[in-house]
Design a protein around this ligand. Structure first.
Ligand SMILES: Cc1cc2nc3c(=O)[nH]c(=O)nc-3n(C[C@H](O)[C@H](O)[C@H](O)COP(=O)(O)O)c2cc1C
Length: 176
């Protein structure tokens, strides 16, 4: 029996939980809130993302999950670089702006934006900004997983963190 056949047999006996049950469970997984930005051939673009995760420190690699149905999907697909801007508690309004349906130009009217080494918009007062080259993309279920090699980091070690938890915003302060 091939590994694929075994996986198919297991999935028949133990199917995945429903999307609703999954979303309910995920609401208790507190996550940092980020604005992921790029400036590729299609111009500047950005979206709010909690699906951001460390992969490795050598070479420094993060991943970002992007819904293929998002309007920004094609823009990121055509780009080679991005910045992951991790937000502070001051950034709740801009998180909603980049996480909603506002036109792209309107999104960048809020916040103070610098240009990263790779040429992507970088939020000036982010807790940390990871400037990245996109090295690989894998499609899994509804999302594209973007693997990103980190080429530069700008950090404010005194910043607090904006978290998304139980379907709402929270903040976390630095331990004293
Ligand atoms: C708190 C929050 C977290 C989000 N996390 C993600 C994410 O990890 N991946 C993703 O593809 N979309 C995520 N979204 C939704 C996108 O930000 C949203 O699809 C996009 O900004 C607007 O959709 P559009 O690009 O289709 O106009 C999140 C939205 C919010 C408010």
């Amino acid at each position: 029996m091939t590994i694929t056949a075994v996986k198919n047999a297991v999935t028949e006996v133990l199917p995945p939980v429903t999307p609703e049950a999954y979303r309910q469970g995920m609401s208790s997984l507190a996550a940092a809130v980020n604005i992921v930005t790029t400036n590729g051939p299609d111009g500047p673009a950005g979206f709010t993302a909690t699906a951001v995760c460390s992969v490795s420190d050598n070479p420094a690699t993060l991943l970002v999950c992007l819904n293929r149905s998002a309007s920004v999907h094609q823009v990121f697909k055509n780009s080679t670089h991005l910045v992951i801007n991790t937000l502070t508690s001051q950034h709740q309004p801009i998180s909603n702006l980049f996480g909603g349906k506002a036109p792209m130009a309107e999104r960048f009217e809020s916040g103070e934006w610098l240009t990263s080494k790779t040429g992507s918009p970088m939020l000036k007062d982010a807790a940390v900004s990871f400037d990245c080259i996109i090295t690989d993309v894998k499609s899994v279920a509804t999302h594209d997983v973007l693997f990103c090699q980190v080429v530069d980091i700008t950090q404010d070690e005194d910043a607090d963190a904006l978290l998304y938890y139980q379907r709402g915003y929270n903040s976390a302060c630095k331990n004293t």
